[in-house]
Design a protein around this ligand. Structure first.
Ligand code: SAJ
Length: 412
């Protein structure tokens, strides 16, 4: 098929690359000239395991090119961001992406929405934006919602191996979209209606948010009671039907802190648990900053070394990363913050190397669970710092070894 993928971000670019390597002719579309130029030069703007190689193969095969405007195609995949503003979905990018394909939409085409949206949005936002094409959806062309479900850090593996949910405007629409996904998906493909597919995606991420909020609640209570939350969770998880996630510095990324709001927005007041979970997770950075200030105590011009500022371990993405509000809070209280991250290239603040970050620091805080941090050497780290204190909310380092090296280790 000739497939036009609109939006070349963390989902659109890997999807375009996989499609191109599966033999489709793919035209990637993005409003950013920088991204289009980079792609046509054979370069990419995001870090994702295996993507460079897969993308390189797609471009070299001649099956993947990028441009600023859509073009006539058999299928259109909309994979643009759907941000949240004031706890409501902002679907302007999606509306604009849908409007941008109308001049090229023809009878028999397939339009797929991959972006995450509130239930009802394909019909209420995308279809009206496509109306200018003067074609009847479900009759003249096919419409489906196929939410992406891939985990950043394992996108390429999960794009191929995960099961997919496809919601169709009609059963024929869902079946049509299935033929395209079948060309690269090895997992099961389940067909349903639009609204079910839209809700499934939001339910998945809300489930994760509530479960992380539960772990964070356990941590908050454990701190209050003076016991180790990691040990409480470890012991509770020995029960055959208990599986508590990890508590941490908060929930970041472009999905989990946002998607529950899309469900709350359309739930008619029936999703209060999700609202409570959001509050618990959003307050975690405050807990981190307060803990660090308490650990440091009264020191003149204190300095904290923040190790890791991406929203989670082993990725370069800093969107809504919990490290950001932690840093803001510390700085507001006069703490100097030096930031080191082995994955992140761009960040609102200057990034420094590890030694510089640690030099004369009164505490170090691991705020993204990068696996590299397992190999930090307590003596070397301690040798650079003014005082040996470590906040490790992920429990990344071997606590006993660090304590033996004279560190006060706080895991929360
Ligand atoms: N986190 C914890 N404790 C945990 C697990 C996660 O604090 O035990 C935190 C992470 O540090 C991070 C945040 O939660 O800040 C989210 O990380 P994540 O790994 O749970 O999820 P994402 O945002 O990288 O990807 C999620 C995935 N959804 C689910 O697992 C239900 C992925 O499959 C989705 O495709 C993706 O959102 C998306 O694009 O919607």
């Amino acid at each position: 098929m000739k497939v036009c993928v609109v939006g070349l971000g963390y989902i659109g670019l890997p999807t375009a690359s996989v499609l191109a390597n599966s033999g489709h002719q793919v035209i990637g579309v993005d409003v950013s000239r920088r991204i289009v130029d980079l792609i046509n030069k054979g370069q990419i703007h995001i870090e994702e395991k295996g993507l460079k190689t897969l993308f390189g193969a797609a471009v070299n095969s001649g099956n993947l090119t990028a441009q600023l405007k859509p073009t006539k195609a058999d299928a259109f995949i909309l994979a643009v961001p759907t941000p949240e503003r004031d706890h409501r979905s902002d679907l302007e990018f999606l509306r604009a992406a849908a409007a941008s394909i109308t001049p090229y939409l023809q009878k028999g085409n397939l339009v797929i929405v991959e972006s995450t949206i509130p239930p009802g949005a394909t019909e209420n936002v995308v279809l009206p934006a496509l109306a200018a094409a003067k074609l009847t959806p479900g009759e003249d062309y096919f419409v489906a919602h196929c939410p992406e479900r891939v985990l950043p850090g394992s996108i390429l593996k999960e794009l191929i191996e995960n099961d997919r949910i496809i919601g169709g405007l009609t059963p024929a629409c869902a079946a049509r979209a299935e033929t395209l996904y079948r060309t690269f998906v090895q997992g099961r493909i389940e067909l349903c209606d639009l609204r079910t597919a839209e809700m499934v995606k939001l339910v998945e991420n809300s489930y994760r948010d509530v479960n992380v909020a539960f772990a964070n609640t356990v941590s908050n209570v454990a701190v209050h009671l003076g016991v180790s939350s990691a040990r409480v969770i470890e012991l509770a998880n020995m029960h055959p039907r208990v599986n508590i996630l990890r508590s941490g510095p908060g929930v970041g990324g472009h999905c989990i802190p946002i998607d529950p709001w899309f469900l709350i927005e359309t739930a008619g007041g029936k999703a209060e648990l999700l609202r409570a979970a959001r509050k618990v997770n959003d307050e975690r950075p405050k807990v981190m900053a307060a803990t660090l200030r308490k650990m440091i105590g009264r020191v003149k011009r204190p300095k904290v070394a923040v190790l890791g500022v991406s929203y989670k371990g082993d990725v370069d993405d800093t969107r809504l990363a919990p490290a950001l509000p932690v840093i803001e809070r510390l700085e507001k209280h006069g703490v100097r913050v030096a930031v080191y991250d082995p994955h992140v290239k761009l960040f609102g603040k200057d990034l420094v190397n590890l030694e510089e970050a640690l030099r004369d620091a009164d505490a170090a805080a691991i705020l993204a669970g990068h696996s590299d941090f397992k190999y930090l050497h307590p003596e070397r780290v301690g040798g650079l710092m003014r005082a040996r204190r470590l906040l490790d909310p992920f429990g990344i380092v071997e606590r006993a070894a660090w304590e033996a090296a004279g560190f006060t280790v706080e895991t929360l």
